[in-house]
Design a protein around this ligand. Structure first.
Ligand code: BV8
Length: 250
């Protein structure tokens, strides 16, 4: 594995990593980039689908306007995912759940690649592309890559929509609260592959920092979060995260 040039994990970060018990990792689209999943390039007003900006096609407003168009967008992304595999970043984070006494993996991704990479108990802040929920009775339906997605709610016959958090929608109760609790209690917080523009997810590292955690960002580019991190590792998640493996107790 080629070590990114100039990639330097400080002794302090290695020491903290080696000695930590309570660790929280927040991930975004960048952690799946090396698997071939397109990122959103900063969410916001970047056209991602048929000329529509991301936070328009993935919005509660769009569901009211044109639910079939929303499904088309998620069907396209699910089809893309069928041929993609978890990468070294997903697999490394899966290993970390056995390394730390209290490890929390929080993701903004709906792609399910963390779970396919071996992570269990992932806090999916923004839902999953592999589930659908009923518009009225909120029954949820899990389905795999081989299965067809439900066309309507088996329970009440009403329409179903992707079980993801759309812009303008509140995050699933419980998931965000648990993430806040763990962020406030962690000693080490790693922020991997996110542009940190979408809230309230982007507020979690801020909370961790305010609660005394050491915050490290892993991203090939700077983000609005960079200035406020204790350490930034400017590289690709699949190349940087495995480097921590060498971090042993001093
Ligand atoms: C809500 C699911 C209450 C659907 C998603 C406060 C301030 C401003 C705005 C708001 C605010 N509070 C609320 C808002 C509004 C809005 C928001 O944040 N808007 C943004 C655009 C400004 N938030 C909401 O609507 C949230 N709900 O607040 O409810 C409420 C209700 C009504 C009104 C007000 C409040 C719900 C947000 C969730 C939306 N759903 N996803 C779907 O997937 O289609 S968000 C979605 O976009 C993702 O889940 C993720 O969160 C975000 C994309 O960001 P990233 O994952 O970071 O991806 P991006 O492409 O941007 O960046 C990739 C990064 O990776 C880059 O930095 C790149 O350099 C890096 N990278 C690339 N390659 C690699 C890499 N890093 C490492 N390794 C590599 N190889």
């Amino acid at each position: 594995m080629q070590i990114p040039s100039g990639m330097f994990i400080s002794e302090e970060l290695r020491r903290r990593f080696a000695g930590a018990t309570r660790v929280l990792v927040l991930t975004g689209a960048g952690v799946s980039a090396e698997s071939g999943v397109p990122t959103f390039r900063g969410g916001g007003d970047t056209a991602v689908w048929k000329g529509l900006p991301f936070d328009v096609i993935s919005s509660a407003h769009m569901v009211q306007q044109d639910l079939p168009a929303v499904w088309e967008w998620f069907d396209y992304r699910r089809d893309l995912l069928k041929s993609l595999e978890p990468n070294a970043a997903h697999k490394t984070l899966a290993d970390w759940q056995h390394r730390f006494e209290d490890f929390t993996l929080v993701t903004q991704n709906v792609d399910g690649l963390h779970q396919r990479g071996g992570s269990r108990d992932v806090i999916e802040l923004h839902g999953s592309i592999w589930r659908a929920r009923c518009i009225s009775c909120h029954s949820r339906y899990e389905f795999s890559a081989e299965e067809l997605r439900p066309q309507e709610c088996v329970g009440c016959g009403d329409a179903v929509l992707p079980d993801v958090v759309l812009f303008g929608e509140l995050l699933p109760t419980g998931a965000f609260e648990r993430a806040v609790e763990k962020a406030a209690a962690c000693e080490l917080c790693l922020v991997v592959g996110t542009s940190a523009l979408v809230y309230p997810a982007a507020g979690l590292p801020e909370l961790a920092k305010a609660s005394g955690a050491f915050v490290c960002e892993v991203n090939p580019e700077r983000t609005p979060l960079s200035d406020f991190c204790d350490e930034i590792l400017m590289g690709k998640a699949g190349e940087v995260l495995p480097l921590f493996a060498e971090s042993r107790e001093p």
